[in-house]
Design a protein around this ligand. Structure first.
Ligand code: NJP
Length: 231
């Protein structure tokens, strides 16, 4: 395909795997994250566009859409994947950590969608894929802040799905369980991680499935877990 896809959080983990798979399938990939060096390393493989940016900054979000349109003249797919988390008892969280997590997970998704939606509406076509979390559907200890952010992101994408359906624009949400990434300062590749965690490429395959649905089909929600994880 000659589709143009923006992938946020593409410097490592799930976003990087999504960017690599979409590029392999022929899409022009616009890779977004704050780490310019890691983006360039990825872009040497994907041969698209690397845009160092902070998704929680409104001017950055608009810049990402503008750069994509001026470079390629089109935008077909927006993957809102950039996200962060940390885990603690509620009383141990600093208010600043609430702001950091909500700014990136919730406001970041909002800002990218806000900048892309007018374009998608005008062309009567487009696909937003949000990487939420299975914790957008359940609660757990130490998840007060991250869980709340993922519920909020999920609710936003659910409402947006209804706003955009009459315009022919799809919104799909993926709810992964544990994935072997750098999330929350973890290091991928631990001894038993193949059993306990999904691989980033598993999520990339889910994105591919969602994007390959024919025009009359939208995958609203897709939950995916490692076999060993209870949820
Ligand atoms: O994490 P990680 P994942 N602006 O740390 C980027 C969700 N999830 O791949 O900016 C722009 O390896 C960051 O780049 P950089 C999770 O909530 C995960 O696991 O250079 N980009 C990096 O590329 C999140 O929504 C699990 O630091 C920003 C990427 O985000 C998504 O999966 C389970 C940014 C994070 O890569 C990807 O996380 C689950 C900003 N302000 C949901 N801040 C799991 N791993 O188990 C960060 O249910 N990034």
């Amino acid at each position: 395909t000659d589709q143009v896809a923006i992938v946020t959080g593409a410097s490592r983990g799930i976003g990087r795997a999504i960017a690599l798979l979409l590029a392999l399938q022929g899409a022009k990939v616009v890779a977004v994250a704050r780490s310019a060096e890691e983006l360039e390393e990825l872009n040497a493989k994907t041969h698209g566009l690397a845009i160092p940016a902070d998704v929680s900054a409104e001017e950055d979000a608009q810049h990402i859409i503008n750069e994509t349109l001026s470079q390629y003249g089109r935008l077909d797919i927006l993957v809102c994947n950039a996200g962060v988390g940390s885990f603690n008892l509620l009383e141990n969280f600093e208010a600043a950590e609430w702001d950091r997590i909500f700014d990136i997970n919730v406001k970041g998704t909002f800002l990218l969608c806000k900048a892309a939606v007018p374009h998608f509406k005008a062309q009567g076509r487009g696909h937003i894929v949000g990487i939420a979390s299975d914790v957008a559907k359940r609660t757990f200890e130490h998840g007060t802040v991250y869980g709340a952010s993922k519920y909020a992101q999920d609710a936003m994408l659910g409402s947006l799905r209804k706003e955009l359906r009459p315009h022919g624009v799809k919104v799909s949400t993926i709810y992964p369980g544990l994935v072997d990434t750098y999330f929350n300062d973890s290091k991928p590749g631990a001894a038993d991680s193949e059993k306990t965690h999904l691989r980033p490429s598993d999520i990339a395959q889910a994105v591919r499935y969602i994007l390959e649905a024919p025009p009359h089909v939208v995958v609203d929600e897709l939950m995916i877990h490692p076999m060993t994880q209870e949820w």
